[in-house]
Design a protein around this ligand. Structure first.
Ligand code: GDG
Length: 472
């Protein structure tokens, strides 16, 4: 039997946290992030439903409504599912493959089987909650088979899919033993969205190569001009929809917070900041090495500069994440050993998740923001930093390989594979702020204008309007 939700979002995770009351009762509390903030108005308007995993294995509480009237529908995953579907196929196969093999992907048949099972389970849940003719928006790489399964279960639905990470070139993707299944799964959607036109181009090429399908048009941004024509006579739209931030959900920093932070950091002339999930794609080690060499060569003075690195814990049971963490922590220790003074480390390192308002204070306080991933779908941190510098202060060092570099072209761009390039970009940013503040300010203001006129609402609206226009 069909459900009664005319708009359904499905993502690996539900936007909730498990909380325990003082009496010991467990309750599920909504935890709105950028995606939730962007999708909530649409979900509310349509009495929408969010289907996803509640973040804890072997638990699936009853569906419940948030204060905003959004229905949260939990999907149960066992500890074994979590290991094979999430840590295994999603994060040790697809994640490295889609990020251009920064570490080697592992291809394990048992993980693939779990990925198929879990996608089927999610699809079955969606099929029960979606009303006749409903719009379903599937999110991200963990659920790429879902559009195809759902199309079979419920041909009446209008299905959109958005990929939050890069989509690799055909030569890389073709390594995947289950490449046809993934492409076919995605083609169950009416519209497939990527951050960048390059991802869309890669997908079209694969549809042609692996499935022998006819492709027409070329991908455009925030509209649909390219189609894949499937063997069963459907046309699937493909386009680029660069995600962005919700400036409101960045919150406000506490009054005097910036001064307090700078004072706690020892009143340096220059505060350099990094904020990342601790992920090997983010290039944290490379930026530390670049910083170390700049101190070594006296291009930066340890008495004047500090680097504050927030590295949020992430996927900690996966071996390559453990390695990335230990390499980062070894470098932090070494740099402080070499260049710190008693009570004055030159690198302040936090391996923890901070409250949003504290993060905002860090963004505001930072003279130079370092965003140096080897590969990144978009990178919201870069956009959040820019959004917090509406006065034109600060400088952004940004990897050419972050999706955000397409829009933030006035940043100090660098090649994260080239340590000299990272060093040049950092040194140019630090010295530019001192020597040519007007130019730096103009550049920041241009980027700020871009981010404020292209926010997350534009992302959601343009995707959903394009989806509504697709021909079923
Ligand atoms: C994937 C893609 C794409 C980080 N530390 C803390 C914290 N954060 C928040 C940031 C930002 C978010 O997490 C990270 O988003 P990113 O976009 O930078 O990176 P991924 O997590 O890899 O996201 C990426 C994104 O999906 C969206 O499509 O841009 O390319 O990889 O919002 O602020 N938030 C809080 N405390 C922290 O310590 N509160």
């Amino acid at each position: 039997m069909n459900g009664d939700n005319s708009f359904v979002v499905v993502a690996n995770r539900l936007p909730v946290d498990l909380q325990t009351t003082p009496e010991g009762t467990r309750t599920w509390q909504p935890s709105p992030g950028g995606l939730v903030a962007a999708l909530s108005p649409v979900l509310e308007q349509h009495q929408g439903c969010w289907v996803g995993w509640p973040g804890i294995s072997d638990e699936a509480p009853e569906p419940f409504r948030t204060d905003d009237g959004v229905l949260l529908h939990p999907v149960r995953l066992t500890a074994a599912d979590f290991e094979s579907f999430y840590e295994g196929f999603s994060n040790a196969t697809l994640w490295p493959l889609y990020h251009d093999l920064i570490v080697p992907p592992a291809y394990q048949r048992q993980w693939w089987s779990a990925y198929r099972d879990v996608n089927l389970r999610f699809a079955t849940e969606v099929a029960t909650v979606a009303a006749e003719g409903a719009t379903v928006w599937v999110q991200d790489y963990q659920l790429q088979l879902l559009p195809g399964i759902l199309r079979q279960l419920r041909p009446d639905l209008r299905i959109g899919f958005f990929l939050h990470i890069p989509f690799p070139g055909a030569d890389l993707f073709r390594q995947l033993p289950w490449r046809e299944e993934i492409i076919r799964g995605l083609l169950g959607a009416d519209l497939i969205g990527f951050h960048l036109e390059s991802g869309a181009v890669n997908f079209l090429e694969l549809a042609r190569q692996t499935e022998g399908l006819e492709v027409t048009g070329t991908p455009t941004v925030r509209s649909v001009n390219a189609q894949v024509h499937t063997h069963d006579g459907r046309s699937v739209g493909v386009g680029a929809f660069p995600i962005s931030i919700d400036p409101v959900s960045l919150g406000t920093s506490a009054p005097g917070g910036v001064d307090k932070l700078r004072s706690r950091l020892g009143e340096p002339t220059t505060v350099i900041l990094g904020v990342d999930r601790l992920d090997y794609t983010k290039g944290i080690l490379q930026r530390l090495l670049a910083f170390e060499e700049l101190l070594e060569s006296a291009a930066l003075d340890p008495a004047e500069v500090v680097l504050l690195q927030v590295a949020t814990p992430s996927r900690e049971r996966i071996e390559q994440y453990r390695q990335a963490r230990s390499q980062v922590e070894e470098a932090v220790g070494r740099i402080n050993g070499r260049f710190g003074r008693m009570g004055q480390p030159v690198v302040h390192y936090l391996h923890q998740s901070l409250p949003k308002d504290q993060l905002r204070t860090y963004y505001e306080a930072a003279d130079v923001m370092l965003v140096t991933p080897f590969k990144d779908g978009m990178n919201l941190v870069a956009k959040e930093y820019v959004a917090c510098h509406e006065d034109g202060s600060g400088a952004l060092v940004l990897s050419e390989f972050a999706g955000a570099a397409v829009e933030l072209e006035q940043a100090n761009l660098c090649n994260p594979f080239d340590i000299e390039s990272i060093k040049r970009a950092i040194a140019t940013a630090v010295h530019g702020l001192a020597n040519s503040p007007e130019t730096m300010s103009e550049r920041m203001l241009m980027m700020h204008h871009q981010v404020s006129t292209h926010d997350v609402n534009l992302w959601a609206d343009s995707f959903l309007e394009s989806l509504a226009e697709t021909q079923s």
